[in-house]
Design a protein around this ligand. Structure first.
Ligand SMILES: Cc1cc2nc3c(=O)[nH]c(=O)nc-3n(C[C@H](O)[C@H](O)[C@H](O)COP(=O)(O)OP(=O)(O)OC[C@H]3O[C@@H](n4cnc5c(N)ncnc54)[C@H](O)[C@@H]3O)c2cc1C
Ligand code: SF4
Length: 471
């Protein structure tokens, strides 16, 4: 283990942020790294628990105590190798993962978990700085061809693992650039897109061919891909947003979060788009929905220069602190304040939206009421919120079925996701596999990476009769 008495001597210190007024001026990342010494001190706090709950809490089962120890000893390259043995893209998770590992850490019982996410990020950032991360080209080709459809974290991880197993991998993506929701949903201030570009270059050097701007099911038939390739992985995400079909929904100025956020990401990267610009500048913005997507809408609206930003959530306000005895080491339901919340927002909970009001076809207000425990409006509690822009961030109901999924003819589960088990990732159709949000429903980047890796292993085993890819 690291320093035997580290957890007694050293305080938890997390990465700091640039001041709000500074970071609101642009879309750059604003997290200040801990530096080598700071990271080493944090790694020294790890107790190398007999049962490392962090390792189970992490969906990719990162070997956290092992690399904490290596960082403490200054063995950064070994730590990087260990980290890459379970996670293809630690610089993504080191930036945008909610870190279920830290919730599971034994030191979270007294609210001072090891800073696992910051240490992970420091290891991989150093790996890139030092030039240690290079393409891992497999010279032994299998002669098998695999198509991976969808280039989010699931498709990227699946394609990279399959190329490293020696297969000829073709990654199809309907958008112009690779990355899925990490590219077009998650704002640059949470993760700059250069991190994705660097990995795409690495994957291409390893033999992955990218077919960007190709919408499978429209530009090319899924039946043709099934015919041409030895195996096909469906990793198209869960892109169908939850709507709010109440009176006034047709008014101008009411948009899904995923109409608003991708425009800004494209502006930042100078990628042209055809749609009418949706801007929060000078507007009273109301964000409906309290999750990550809602937070991203708040951060983006404040950078646009909104007149005010309000976020409403139909669920009651969760407790500020969880009951550790009841929930640890599981992920707790508690009030979370994101860096975007800190930048300025008025938050309200247990609010039901009854109708949108408008003038001349444009939204001007929301008619709301307090919501009861069945999420119904409580009579007599009605109130109005002024709004020129309403962003719907109430989650996603599942994969888009029209086009590729319907044409593939694969069975779906009760929620409308592509049905495939969590061991073999095989669908009801011969040769077709599925992973990530398309299989499990809207989730997290870290789960998508896990599923992509495991799906690749299953495809490799199915094609070759055996596999050396890690479980
Ligand atoms: C705004 C927002 C913020 C989020 N923030 C976080 C966060 O901070 N941390 C976190 O862990 N998770 C976050 N998530 C969730 C996370 O982004 C997803 O769980 C993750 O990206 C899922 O990965 P995936 O590869 O399964 O699917 P996706 O990332 O959705 O990628 C699917 C890809 O498939 C492509 N595709 C679909 N159909 C076709 C087709 N027929 N032909 C060709 N291409 C196709 C799509 O264009 C897309 O690029 C966020 C989600 C959103 C919407
Ligand atoms: S649970 Fe926390 S203290 Fe224990 S091994 Fe994992 S990171 Fe270290």
């Amino acid at each position: 283990m690291g320093k035997i008495t580290g957890f007694l001597e050293l305080e938890r210190v997390d990465r700091d942020y640039l001041p709000v007024e500074e970071r609101l001026k642009n879309y750059n990342e604003f997290v200040i790294p801990l530096g080598d010494k700071g990271t080493r001190d944090q790694a020294a706090r790890c107790m190398d628990c007999g049962v490392p709950y962090c390792h189970n809490g992490c969906p990719v089962n990162n070997q956290i105590p092992d690399w904490n120890d290596l960082v403490y000893k200054g063995e950064w390259l070994k730590a990087l190798k260990n980290l890459h043995s379970t996670n293809n893209f630690p610089e993504f998770t080191g930036r945008i993962c909610p870190a279920p590992c830290e919730a599971s850490c034994t030191l979270n019982i007294p609210d001072t978990p090891v800073n696992i996410k910051s240490i992970e990020c420091a290891i991989v950032d150093k790996g890139w700085e030092e030039g240690w991360i290079t393409p891992q080209v497999n010279p032994d080709k299998t002669g098998k061809r695999v198509a991976v459809i969808g280039s989010g974290p699931a498709g990227m991880a699946c394609a990279q693992q399959l190329a490293r197993a020696g297969h000829d991998v073709h990654l199809y993506e309907k958008n112009l650039k690779v990355g899925g929701l990490m590219r077009y949903g998650i704002p640059d201030f949470k993760m700059e897109k250069r991190h994705i570009d660097r990995r795409v270059a690495q994957m291409q050097a390893e033999g992955v061919t990218v077919h960007a701007g190709v919408h499978v099911g429209y530009d090319v038939a899924i039946a043709d891909l099934v015919e041409q390739y030895d195996a096909v992985a469906l990793a198209g995400g869960a892109e169908k947003p939850r709507d709010l079909p109440i009176p006034g929904r047709e008014l101008d100025g009411i948009h899904f979060a995923m109409e608003f956020l991708p425009q800004q990401n494209r502006r930042v990267s100078d990628e042209p788009f055809n749609a009418r610009p949706i801007l929060a500048t000078g507007k009273h913005v109301v964000v409906i929905g309290g999750g990550d997507t809602g937070s991203d809408c708040i951060g983006t609206s404040n950078r646009h220069g909104a007149a005010s930003v309000t976020q409403i959530e139909i669920m009651p306000m969760p407790p500020e602190k969880e009951n550790k005895a009841l929930v640890w080491p599981n992920w707790p339901l508690k009030l979370r304040t994101s860096s975007s919340h800190e930048e300025g927002v008025s938050r309200d909970f247990a609010v039901a939206t009854i109708a949108f009001e408008g003038k001349d076809g444009k939204v001007t207000a929301l008619n709301c009421a307090r919501a009861d425990e069945k999420f119904q409006p409580i009579p007599g509690t009605e109130f109005q919120l002024k709004a020129d822009l309403v962003l719907l961030a109430m989650g996603f109901v599942g994969p888009v079925q029209d086009g590729m999924v319907k044409a593939a003819g694969v069975d779906l589960d009760r929620r409308g996701n592509v049905l495939a088990d969590m061991v073999r990732y095989k669908t009801s159709k011969e040769k077709i596999f599925s992973c990530g949000d398309m299989r499990r429903g809207q989730s997290l980047v870290v789960w998508a990476i896990r599923e992509g890796r495991q799906c690749a292993r299953s495809i490799d085993e199915w094609l070759m009769g055996k596999t050396d890819l890690p479980r």
